[in-house]
Design a protein around this ligand. Structure first.
Ligand SMILES: Cc1ncc(COP(=O)(O)O)c(C=O)c1O
Length: 478
């Protein structure tokens, strides 16, 4: 089921393999490390590996060691090679032709649960029509809107004010997505060797960004019911992180929301330890409860909190737009640093988002209703086919964080590929390995595909043991 979908260069794989050995490098160690990258989804099946010599040079090891590691991967079915075509990643039992030249396209039946993303709402096309009509006004100018279109910044600022956080448009920097915003903040505030506090589990891409600036992620484990604020306070004091990265609104992957009391306590500890925090609100619009939303964390500490927003989940990931809300002087600084990487976000997409933000509520309301319906379909299906899985019904967001009962998530991911299903193991949400008892299950596909997915997972899980059968806690915990 895999095909050649790209390649990873020698430098790229060396970055992914950071810290792959603590003592003497060995072929077994390299084989295990590459296998882990395949299992946790960082090296997708079909990725072509670098040539042996370059691979060896990038890791600073002998070519013989790399050759032997590749042999071990091939023996287990995690790699395939062909004379003249090099080696590429695959999954054991992959039934598709493992020849990088001769791929049949993936069948239409293949279901991808690796992403928790929704398709665009129909309003996006109407907004595009309006944006197209507005574009000519901008065409005679230079087109570089480094901070973002003024009207878009105003609408974003007004949306914070409606949520109880008065905001000046000068506090908004429009970015190419929330992840881009986080990367800019990291570059500005964190130096190599410094620490960044994160939740555990957490959204994996920021972890990669943290590693990318040579910093170290310090994990504070989440409890079943939410944040362990005592431990967070102790970690802030003891580890002295330069920054914290938190997702208090429908945390990815657990879906939990932090209440107003928690936000107040969090703001207090950030103040006492003088730690700036990035609060990622990417999922904030996907509230699936009837309750009243707490104010943004920044409302509890204006100076120390940097907020990330995104159009990705509220409207469409393909817009590639997000923003940073921060004190004005930091926005200025982010802009100066940004010039090293890019010079602003595309005007047409910003016009489109501006149009969507003029009247967002009808789109968001429908999105929430649809997502709640899909969540319930998934919960009902899991109760029937995988009654041993435990999960907390999420307050919002786009996925269930399932406890499988035993550490089989990576093996399940491999087995599921053979049932035409792409999953991401729990370990992908871990700071370093672990969490193999867990699986993130998004409810963003159409209902029938969700039903199919659960049945395929149940079939894939059956031979693994430990993931089915009644469980004393088989009622979703809320
Ligand atoms: C918590 C969180 N932050 C950031 C992102 C990425 O956002 P963007 O697409 O705006 O870069 C995602 C996407 O899944 C997410 O779940």
């Amino acid at each position: 089921m895999s095909r050649v979908i790209g390649r990873v260069g020698a430098r790229g794989i060396a970055d992914l393999l950071q810290d792959w050995h603590s003592g003497r490098p060995s072929s077994r160690g390299l084989h295990r490390a590459v296998r882990r990258l395949v299992l946790d989804g960082r090296l997708p099946p079909g990725t072509r590996l670098p040539a042996e010599r370059e691979f060896a040079e990038a890791l600073g090891v002998s070519r013989t060691l790399v050759v032997r590691a590749l042999e071990l991967l091939r023996e287990e079915g995690f790699a395939a090679s062909r004379q003249g075509s090099g080696s590429w990643v695959r999954l054991p039992g992959d039934r598709a032709n493992p020849d990088p030249g001769g791929w049949p396209p993936a069948t239409g039946e293949f279901i991808n649960l690796a992403q928790a993303t929704l398709p665009a709402p129909p309003e996006l096309t109407t907004a595009l029509d309006r944006a197209r009509c507005l574009l000519p006004e901008y065409l005679s100018g230079h087109g570089y809107q480094a901070f973002g279109l003024p009207e878009l910044r105003e609408l974003i600022a007004a949306s914070y004010a409606r949520r109880g956080l008065p905001t000046n448009p000068q506090q908004i920097l429009v970015t190419n997505g929330a992840q881009h915003g986080f990367a800019l903040v990291l570059r500005a505030l964190v130096s190599p060797g410094e620490r960044v506090l994160v939740e555990h589990p957490t959204y994996p891409n920021p972890l990669q960004a943290i590693r990318g600036v040579g910093a170290e992620a310090v994990a504070v484990p989440m409890l079943a019911q939410g944040w362990d604020l005592e431990l967070m306070s102790a970690t802030l004091h003891q580890a002295n992180p330069k920054l914290a990265y938190l997702i208090p609104d429908f945390q990815n992957p657990t879906g939990i929301r932090m209440g107003a009391d928690g936000r107040e306590r969090l703001a207090g500890m950030l103040r006492r330890t003088r730690t700036p925090a990035v609060i990622d609100e990417t999922l904030v619009d996907l509230d699936l409860t009837d309750g009243e939303a707490p104010a943004p964390v920044a409302a509890f500490d204006e100076g120390r909190v940097i907020t990330l927003g995104s159009a990705g989940k509220s409207f469409w990931g393909g817009l590639r737009l997000g923003w940073v809300r921060a004190p004005e002087d930091l926005v200025q600084r982010l802009l100066l640093d940004r010039a090293a990487v890019d010079l602003g976000s595309p005007v047409l997409e910003q016009l489109l988002l501006t149009e969507l933000l003029r009247e967002p509520e009808p789109v968001l309301r429908r999105r929430r209703e649809e997502v709640a319906r899909l969540r319930d379909v998934l919960i009902a299906e899991l109760a029937e086919h995988l009654p041993g899985w435990r999960f907390r019904v999420p307050d919002g967001g786009l996925s269930l964080w399932c406890d499988l009962g035993s550490p089989v998530s990576s093996r399940l991911v491999v087995a599921a590929e053979q049932h035409g299903l792409r999953l991401v193991p729990g370990s992908r949400f871990a700071v370093q390995g672990s969490l193999d008892r867990y699986l993130r299950f998004p409810y963003t596909l159409p209902a029938e595909e969700l039903r199919q997915s659960v049945r395929r997972i149940a079939a894939a899980a059956a031979p693994l043991g430990g993931t089915s059968g009644p469980c004393p806690l088989d009622v979703p915990v809320n």
